[in-house]
Design a protein around this ligand. Structure first.
Ligand code: GLN
Length: 291
């Protein structure tokens, strides 16, 4: 970064500093634009319309701070404090996983499995994090009652803030270690989860954004399958006859997850591929005929 102590720095000059992010980001230019938009509270179009505008001292100090954090590898979503999921702007922070585009497939398949009946359907989202999946489902189906659970009180508070800001009254969030806070009397039409599924020794954990995300949201024992196994086993007590369990998993875990579900007595077990053509969501229905 040039020493700008005595001179002013323009928007155009700031944009040129993207070179400093090329070692951590495949989208260095876009990252710098988004950081600058946040600092200036302006759109990307504005940056290109007014490249000669100078930053104030306060703006420049903040921008340099953001740039430095990003150069250290901190995920852009944590610096901006926001990430879009299913077209919903969500607050994010380091207490949760950053919502991934691939997880939108979990929403899509859940909507397909339950159909678009306008009846009330109860849906549980385990390990909800930012509330992304629960809120996306609540936004699509106002008649559904979507309950998001997370073991982290910080995550639940974050999800609740997202719910409140987006104004969905058909979603709610509760602290729960998987099913621990779920009433035994309640049955659900779908239980969904994007649980931790990365094996503890996976080298992917030392690369990129995941280094900054909570390990508890990423890593599971038994080659990443321990939580999937536990959820699939316990979920059977909470599924209405013919209701669905839908799980996100790693790209190489499709076969293992299909086997887990089949052995536990789920029917109609299938896997769907994500936008990168990798097996990503496996689902099945339990008891009775599929809804
Ligand atoms: N899909 C994420 C990744 O591989 C991990 C998400 C998860 O563990 N649930 O980076």
């Amino acid at each position: 970064m040039p020493n700008s102590q005595d001179s002013t720095v323009s928007v155009g000059q700031c944009l040129a500093w993207s070179a400093q992010l090329e070692h951590v980001s495949d989208s260095a230019r876009l990252d710098v634009e988004l950081l600058l938009c946040q600092v200036l509270d302006r759109s990307r179009t504005w940056l290109y319309t007014w490249p000669e505008k100078d930053l104030t001292e306060t703006q420049l100090t903040l921008f340099k701070k953001y740039l430095e954090r990003r150069a250290q590898g901190e995920p852009l979503a944590y610096i901006l404090g926001q990430r879009e999921f299913w077209s919903l702007p969500l607050e994010v922070n380091s207490s949760t996983l950053i919502p991934r585009p691939d997880t939108e497939l979990l929403v899509e398949v859940t909507l397909e499995c339950l159909g678009n009946s306008t009846q009330t359907q109860r849906v549980l989202d385990l390990g909800t994090g930012t509330g992304a999946v629960a809120l996306a489902l609540a936004s699509e189906r106002p008649a559904w009652l979507v309950q998001g659970l997370d073991v982290s009180p910080e995550a639940v508070a974050l999800a609740e803030r997202n719910r409140e800001r987006l104004g969905f009254s058909n979603a709610s969030f509760t602290v729960s270690d998987w099913f621990s806070a779920v009433s035994k009397q309640t049955l659900y039409q779908a239980i969904v989860a994007n649980p931790p599924y990365i094996a503890p020794d996976d080298p992917h954990l030392d690369l990129g954004d995941v280094r900054f995300e909570p390990r508890s949201a990423l890593v599971a024992a038994d080659q990443g399958l321990a939580d999937i196994q536990q959820i699939a086993k316990t979920a059977r007590q909470f599924l209405a006859p013919g209701a669905w369990l839908l799980l996100e998993h790693g790209w190489e875990q499709g076969e293992a997850v299909r086997q887990v579900l089949t052995e536990l007595g789920y029917d109609k077990v299938e896997t769907r591929k994500d936008y990168g053509d990798q097996e990503r969501i496996t689902y099945g229905c339990f008891g009775g005929d599929a809804l």
